[in-house]
Design a protein around this ligand. Sequence first.
Ligand code: SF4
Ligand code: SF4
Length: 357
Amino acid sequence: MSKIRFVASDGLPGLAASLAKGGRRVLVPVEKPAASKPSVVFAPYEPGVKMTLAKATVPPKEAVLPECETLMTFQKSRDPADLNQTTLALTAVEEGVPTVVFACRPCDARGFAALDKPFLEGLYADPYYKARREKLTVASLTCATGCETCFCHWVGGGPTSPIGSDVLITEIEGGYVLQAMTPKGEELLEASGLPDGADKFPLAEAARKAAWASLVPAPDLTAARESLKAMFEDTAFWEAETARCLSCGACTYFCPTCYCFNITDEGEPQSPCGGRRLRSWDNCMSSLYTREASGHNPRPEKYQRMRNRVSHKFWTYPENWGPYLCSGCGRCITNCPVCLDIRAIVLDAVAAAKGKV
Ligand code: SF4
Ligand code: SF4
């Protein structure tokens, strides 16, 4: 059996503190106060940080794909003896700090597994992503049940799914059972100094079973891929589904599996001859995302952008990589200012394509 440990109910902050020793960055969910709506975000553990076990408003995707990162710096110099001769020195910035994402949810962990496919398993691995991913350990807290917008079990995951997790943490009476799911998880539990919890594992199994039993059964999505393909040219369908959309992009920025980015160069104020190349999150729901230098835009209408986003997640990504590019976390639903629901769009496509596929 894999390594099992036990920690008492009040012991998780202490565990995060002990893991943070020795140069590890431990990202824990914390409440971020706000005048309007407080949110829960992942922040590095440090003494005094008050962690919460609530599901985070913002997924921990930044652990591997920061909102903005420097890919390289550049420095141009001119040969004083021949001013026509210039040299450009490039310095790649690859960083990977040992990091633990602590007490995220199984849908967040599944997000990392989804990002791994294009960033690590394509023709070329992305060295920036790879450096961070190799040093990342994910310890997920299994959910006791789902909420109204959760649909992880529709898309191949679930409230206790191990996909993407190195350690699964399950609450039982009096504490938490921690189960290593990978060699990285074994290492983390070994370093935790926690007592063995194998005798409590049956209680964790019972809690996990109860979580599944509490879910409303998932609809059958096996026709989703073919249905979206069949509906691709149906402009009226997509216009109707997208009518309310404001193209704000909240759905993409809160998503643990979205990975559109933009690359820009900027100069250093201190030097007229140097600068850096940045990679920043972008948003495929924005009309600017696909606007080309010529001014041509292959997706100028919002229905085209919604069609692309939903089709990528439920048709083209699965066609290339297998699973859906959606972990069913529901954040795009809860954060959409006009309450658009990706589940309804997929189900509408399946219903509308009946007889065509
Ligand atoms: S969050 Fe809602 S309104 Fe904003 S782009 Fe996404 S679907 Fe459209
Ligand atoms: S598409 Fe929506 S439900 Fe799916 S992973 Fe992204 S934010 Fe979560």
